[in-house]
Design a protein around this ligand. Structure first.
Ligand code: ADP
Ligand code: ZN
Ligand code: ZN
Length: 722
């Protein structure tokens, strides 16, 4: 007998091996096989009595790693679909989906789980000097017994737990894993749903089988409440559910709400802050049905479940659901496939639906459920477009904007200022000859970081010292040009000297846990002025923000990326949703040179719902996604000619029916980290046509003599054109 196996190699094929006598090998088990002069872990896909491999070449499985399958046939089917859809080698796809411990051949079972709870001494909540330990104590007091993974997701560390263990304020329990019992479902007190929420829940609850719901609800309209109450029926029936979220560390409130609503229900988390062992553990618990809910980031879409009853994708428009390297999958889109094949409901929730999703809802492929009112306040935010034409500005702020900031701070409210560029200035400029600081390896300028006194390339991370003189003309008059968050911080903290300020961007949050700390600080009422990049926009709830300022609206209006306006509108709407939670209506100030721009006008006066429907019409007229389907073939190498020749050769002399090819064209950033980058855009109005064409293209490329001399990748349904 022979086994067909998948190995983690970049080849679009599987491999046959002989099964050693007296061994049992089943589909979904891992084995070790000789490959070249190495031994690699492989997953068995099929057992067959015939192979085309000649006997002399046929090798035998070296070792059987599992006595029972680690992947069910259903799960293999899902991963096969993934590989096919994203035109990615099956072996690499399977191994991307597996947790590292299983990829490396480790034993799958770990049968204990560590949890923590307060001791009698801890329940008295003594005052501790260490702030973080104090908040850990408070957390455990509120949430009761909690697992290590959960506490980690909330930003606590093993060290902090150890300190509390040493002080005998908490204790650790080692429990044996057991099947989750749905009879014990315990639901904590909950609010009465308003009419729209109740309608949404009852529509979802009446659904048997597959249906995809778009829950389009303004920020604060109670989407999470709809998730929670829809989950009741799923849990009562003994089914599991997966809740996909953009970044767990940024939404501790959400995790806490699930925990508190279902106090006895085992909830596991899946995110980037887990160890390999913890990942393996969550994987197995989901598969064995030991946990009822998994709240996870993008890659949790690959978790196996014993009995999955629902998937929820929160903030479905969020870019983090798309993986941008290797297997370039979109977790939301895979969720739709999984739910359809399992015949279970999918809920996509957001205040700002992706145009793809909205289009499916409008064309009734998905069912639209709307929450139009904020659940707790009725105040509407007010938008102000600040016309920057001919206005004098100080460090990017108009006089009007500064007046608003001042007035807001006087009322002791918080102000948020957004600029999507970190560092002090995007480039240095010579006043005499016009020299600009450029990266030697990329077609991009280097960003000036004043505090570090360095020039940094944000694309390849190369750093250099700031030259004392212009390298071209020797002038000493070199100065920062343009704005970055570091500069805003320095200006605002001088201008409003007695007001505490916090800057949130990649530079201030590099250390693990730094972001969580900074956010906790802000919530404790520390900073009144918050300056940051997009990072500040995601899912936070700051009680006192009543003014939001967005400085660089224009960069989103005129960009070569056709999704730029959509993303800008989502950002503005999401950020605006942060304002006005404290009861008084929030103000959102947009600085722009194009206040008459129809998209801005639409967004500001009629809201995202209206904007998005209008933007969809524009996409339809231009035949852009979702009204056509797109793939990008990217290639790069040190030698530009090689890349160009490779891609040119893929463009057939006679066009393929139903396919439009554009390229080779230089990538928006033509040179990065010393490599020249070109791309080919492949577009089709029919999805099947696109996928058939790409399958042929992959076969052609794998035989191509230049394919090994350039780095290439295919991106199906790309989210950006870089
Ligand atoms: P979203 O997820 O849409 O941003 P949330 O579910 O977080 O909104 O709800 C916003 C706030 O309103 C939360 O504090 C939540 O507890 C509260 N809330 C939601 N639904 C109701 C309701 N029906 N009655 C009272 N409060 C509610
Ligand atoms: Zn010069
Ligand atoms: Zn660079």
């Amino acid at each position: 007998m022979f086994a067909e196996v998948a190995i983690k190699v970049p080849l679009f094929r599987t491999f046959d091996y002989a099964i050693p006598k007296h061994s049992t090998v089943t589909v979904g088990c891992r084995v070790k096989v000789p490959f070249g002069n190495r031994k690699l872990v492989a997953v068995v896909l099929a057992i067959k009595s015939h192979t085309d491999v000649p006997e002399a070449k046929l090798k035998t499985i070296a070792e059987v790693l599992d006595s029972s399958p680690i992947l069910s046939t259903d799960h293999i089917k899902f991963l096969r679909f993934t590989a096919q859809y994203y035109a990615h080698p099956l072996g690499e796809t399977l191994f991307t989906a597996l947790p590292a411990a299983l990829r490396e051949g480790e034993h799958p079972d770990k049968t204990t789980v560590a949890t923590f709870s307060l001791t009698a001494k801890g329940k008295q909540l003594p005052t501790l000097r260490a702030k973080k330990q104090q908040s850990l104590l408070k957390q455990l007091n509120e949430s009761g017994e909690s697992s290590l993974t959960e506490l980690k997701a909330l930003g606590f560390s093993k060290q902090q737990l150890n300190s509390l263990l040493d002080k005998q304020l908490i204790e650790e329990q080692i429990k044996h894993d057991s099947q989750w019992q749905s009879q014990t479902l315990n639901i904590a007190s909950k609010p009465r749903l308003n009419e729209e929420q109740a309608t949404a829940c009852s529509v979802i609850n009446q659904q048997a089988g597959f249906r995809c719901f778009l829950l389009e609800g303004v920020t604060g309209s109670g989407k999470t409440e709809v998730y929670l109450q829809s989950l009741e029926r799923v849990l009562q029936n003994g089914h599991q559910a997966l809740i996909l979220v953009p970044e767990i560390g940024l939404t501790p409130q959400t995790v806490n709400r699930f925990r508190r609503r279902f106090p006895d229900t085992p909830i596991d988390l899946w995110h980037s802050n887990l160890t390999d062992n913890e990942r393996l553990h969550t994987w197995r618990r989901a598969e064995k049905g030991s946990c009822a809910l998994v709240i996870g980031t993008r890659s949790s879409i690959f978790l196996p479940f014993k009995s999955l009853g629902m998937i929820i994708v929160d903030e479905e428009h969020d870019g983090s659901f798309k993986q941008q390297e290797g297997l370039r999958y979109h977790a939301r889109d895979l969720a739709a496939y999984r739910c359809a094949s399992l015949k279970i409901p999918l809920i996509l929730g957001t205040a700002t639906p992706a145009l793809e999703t909205l289009n499916k809802a409008i064309s009734s492929k998905y069912q639209l459920l709307t929450l139009s009112q904020r659940a707790q306040t009725t105040t509407d935010n007010q938008f102000l477009l600040v016309d920057m034409k001919g206005q004098s500005e100080q460090f990017g702020f108009s006089e009007t904007t500064l007046k608003h900031i001042e007035a807001t701070l006087k009322r002791a409210k918080q102000v948020m200022v957004f600029l999507n560029r970190r560092g002090y200035a995007p480039t240095l400029l010579c006043h005499e000859c016009g020299w600009l600081s450029q990266c030697n390896h990329c077609s991009a300028s280097t960003t000036y970081h004043k505090a570090m006194s360095r020039l940094v390339c944000h694309h390849c991370a190369q750093q250099s010292f700031v030259p004392p003189q212009c390298p071209d003309c020797g002038s000493t008059q070199i100065m920062p040009a343009g704005l970055g968050t570091e500069q805003l911080e320095s200006f605002l903290s001088e201008r409003f000297a007695d007001i505490p300020l916090s800057r949130i961007d990649r530079d201030t949050t590099r250390r693990k846990g730094a972001l969580e700390d900074a956010l906790a600080d802000i919530n404790l009422g520390g900073a009144r002025i918050l300056v940051g990049t997009q990072m500040l926009a995601k899912g936070h709830h700051f009680a006192d923000v009543s003014l939001v300022v967005i400085l660089d609206v224009d960069s989103g209006l005129y960009s070569s990326d056709f999704r730029a306006t959509e993303h800008m509108a989502q950002l503005i709407t999401q950020v605006a949703g942060r304002a006005g939670r404290s009861g008084e209506a929030g103000k959102v100030l947009l600085q722009t040179h194009f206040p008459e721009h129809p998209l801005l006008q639409d967004l500001v006066h009629n809201g995202y719902q209206d904007f998005a429907r209008y933007a969809l019409k524009e996409r339809e007229e231009a035949l852009l996604p979702p009204f056509s389907h797109l793939a990008i073939l990217r290639a790069q190498a040190t030698n530009a000619q090689l890349v160009f020749d490779f891609l040119s050769d893929l463009v057939p002399a006679t066009p393929y029916c139903g396919i439009q090819l554009l390229g080779p064209i230089p990538a928006p950033m033509e040179r990065m980290a010393g490599k020249y980058r070109y791309q080919l855009h492949i577009q089709a109005s029919e999805r099947m046509v696109l996928h058939n064409y790409i399958a042929q293209l992959m076969a052609y490329i794998s035989e191509h003599k230049l394919a090994n001399r350039v780095r290439w990748s295919i991106d199906i349904d790309p989210m950006d054109t870089y």
